[in-house]
Design a protein around this ligand. Structure first.
Ligand SMILES: Nc1nc2c(ncn2[C@@H]2O[C@H](COP(=O)(O)OP(=O)(O)O)[C@@H](O)[C@H]2O)c(=O)[nH]1
Ligand SMILES: [Mg+2]
Length: 211
């Protein structure tokens, strides 16, 4: 039981989904993600999945399956299937367009109604290569991030800045979280089994003996 629960094999993949308004740069992030190393594209229901191996700090290989929408976000109609079993959800916004940041809150609320698991949340601010003004204040971004215990990543898909770093960090976080959860599950089972067995032993009468 313990071996199965702690088996590294079961920790070796993570689903990451990209959420955010149309035009903020999600597909460009997904493309930048897949341009390094081996990638594999497979069409799914209304979305695309980009897969790539990322290595954790302990050298463990984790297969990352990055889900990108195919435009359904325009109608705010992402299927529950899209979020299901996501280890990480990256909320993407363009800091040059404040509305896209305001809408992150709508996406977050929608998410709360759809899923019961507690995925890792990250905020990705895009297009940092542009000269135009950043119109969302850092304080506002930090305050939203703090409420969700989320990290903030500044990216430019155009220059491939901050993107590999973001995926490396969230994959590591997801791996550590899974490992921690498995360890807890394992320890709880051990304690339950041990206490059940000891109870049996206490109540058990000796079946044979000399007196
Ligand atoms: N300058 C710049 N433009 C970007 C960047 N990322 C995306 N874009 C542009 O933003 C537009 C929308 O990008 P896309 O990835 O399709 O957005 P999506 O609708 O969220 O998937 C496209 O015209 C992209 O060329 C970036 O990092 N820098
Ligand atoms: Mg897109």
């Amino acid at each position: 039981m313990g071996d199965r629960l702690l088996n590294e094999e079961s920790l070796d993949s993570v689903k990451i989904v990209l959420i955010g308004d149309s035009g903020v740069g999600k597909t460009c992030i997904a493309k930048a993600f897949e341009s390094v190393e081996f990638t594999e594209k497979e069409p799914t229901i209304g979305s695309e999945v980009h897969s790539k191996a990322i290595y954790c700090q302990n050298g463990k290989k984790v297969m990352v399956h990055l889900w990108d929408t195919s435009g359904q976000e325009k109608f705010h109609s992402l299927a529950p299937l899209y979020y299901r079993n996501a280890g990480v959800i990256i909320f993407v916004f363009d800091p040059h367009i404040p509305e896209t940041f305001q809408n992150i809150k709508t996406w977050l609320n929608e998410l709360d109604q759809l899923i019961i698991e507690s995925p890792i949340i990250a905020l990705a601010s895009t297009k940092h290569d542009l000269d135009s003004d950043i119109l969302v204040s850092e304080d506002e971004i930090r305050s939203t991030a703090r409420k969700r215990n989320a990290e903030i990543y500044q990216t430019s898909a155009k220059n491939n800045d901050g993107i590999q770093e973001m995926f490396a960090a969230v994959t590591q976080e997801a791996y550590d979280k899974k490992k921690f959860e498995r360890l807890n599950l394992y320890l709880n089972n051990e304690i339950r089994i041990t206490s059940k067995d000891s109870h049996k032993l206490v109540g058990k009468k000796p079946t044979q003996g000399c007196c």
